[in-house]
Write a protein of this length. Structure first.
Length: 354
């Protein structure tokens, strides 16, 4: 890697020297004659056509990207607020796309139309009130609309309250893994602080043993969520800034050392249901094809893959940041209860380690 970078830097230095020599040469010939160096009508026409060629190139690139990379977008949102969020995003992109397509066409067309021609003098246009009014008022209305819509959506999504009896789950981030904690039968998380972490006794999250709410807390390495029930997440970080990112639920919240941040959502699609969606089936097939090729070549990371929701870290928090993840399973209420029943409580873990 270092060798590659050194070669890259040397190539760049060589290009810089070559360019500088060219500039020096050009500055020398200027004095001799300015006949051959000034663009004539033929040159300008040629450049005008090149403008059109470039326009076709960027449109072509856009179509190519849609065709080639369109399949990499996330599947349909698996949370209650996800649809509203996706809608806002879709409309913002549609507007940007239309404006960009039109303005690029106009920009390149006018560059051609008003190319340099002998004897042609540019028209000086001081101002036009009506034109300026139109190109000011349209963006004002569109942008104000998008911002207001965004603000309402944001307020709606970020309204974290304890109505509808939400499930309380703590997401604990540290370099480089996630731990989840459930409130247990009382659905209340016990107090915790990094200063109370006791690795020897497996008190990995620093729970306060004297807090009665802590004894029935359940600490796990795999997040199980019952479908249709609101979940209030409380995030903590042990060391540096992390970010809890659950892309399929359109959720992300920073985890900041020394404070508790919150996010709330209601999962609407179970893992099993998600695995049956055509776009997910296609993605799994595509990925496993690549993995089969890797396996045939004897390369690592080639085990067949099955779709699962994930919690990822979305802040570059160190060298293994890329692999900081936890599996999320959305299931029926019964399946969730059956699972949680078999998890050890904090009091049990402490008793076992005493
Ligand atoms: Cu991280």
């Amino acid at each position: 890697m270092t060798a590659l970078l050194t070669i890259f830097v040397l190539v760049l230095v060589a290009i810089a020297i070559w360019q500088m020599t060219k500039i020096f040469e050009l500055s020398q010939v200027k004095a001799k004659s300015d006949k051959g160096e000034v663009a004539n009508d033929e040159d300008n026409k040629y450049n005008g056509y090149l403008m059109f060629a470039f326009l076709i190139f960027i449109y072509g690139l856009t179509i190519f990207s849609f065709w080639k990379y369109g399949k990499f977008i996330l599947p349909e949102a698996a949370s209650e607020h996800g649809g509203t969020y996706d809608n806002l995003m879709l409309w913002s992109f549609v507007i940007i796309f239309i404006v960009q397509t039109l303005t690029q066409a106009l920009l390149h067309y006018f560059s051609y139309k008003y190319r340099g021609r002998k004897g042609q003098k540019a028209l000086f246009y001081a101002d036009n009130d009506r034109l300026e009014f139109i190109w000011t008022i349209i963006p004002v209305i569109v942008l104000a609309g998008l911002i207001l819509w965004g603000l309402f959506t944001w307020t709606d999504i970020m309204d974290i309250n304890d109505e509808d009896d939400p499930l309380i789950v703590e997401l604990y981030a540290q370099q480089y893994n996630w731990t989840a904690r459930y409130g247990g039968t009382d659905n209340v998380l016990g107090d915790a602080n990094v200063r109370m972490i006791d690795i020897n006794r497996a008190n990995v999250l620093g729970l306060d043993e004297s807090d009665p709410n802590a004894s029935d807390d359940i600490i796990v390495k795999e997040l199980h969520l019952p479908v249709g029930r609101k979940v209030n997440f409380k995030m903590r970080s042990q060391d540096v800034l992390h970010s809890a990112y659950m892309p399929h639920f359109r959720a992300q919240m920073n985890c900041v050392p020394g404070m508790i941040t919150e996010f709330s959502f209601t999962p609407t699609v179970t893992t099993a249901e998600m695995r049956m969606k055509p776009e997910v089936i296609e993605k799994v097939e595509r990925t496993n094809k690549v993995r089969a090729e890797r396996a045939a070549a004897g390369e690592p990371n080639s085990d067949p893959w099955e779709f699962d929701y994930v919690l990822l870290c979305n802040k570059i928090c160190g060298k293994s940041h890329y692999n900081m993840q936890m599996k999320i399973i959305v299931e029926s209420q019964e399946e969730y209860e059956a699972w949680i029943e078999y998890q050890q409580t904090f009091a049990h873990t402490m008793a076992a380690n005493n």
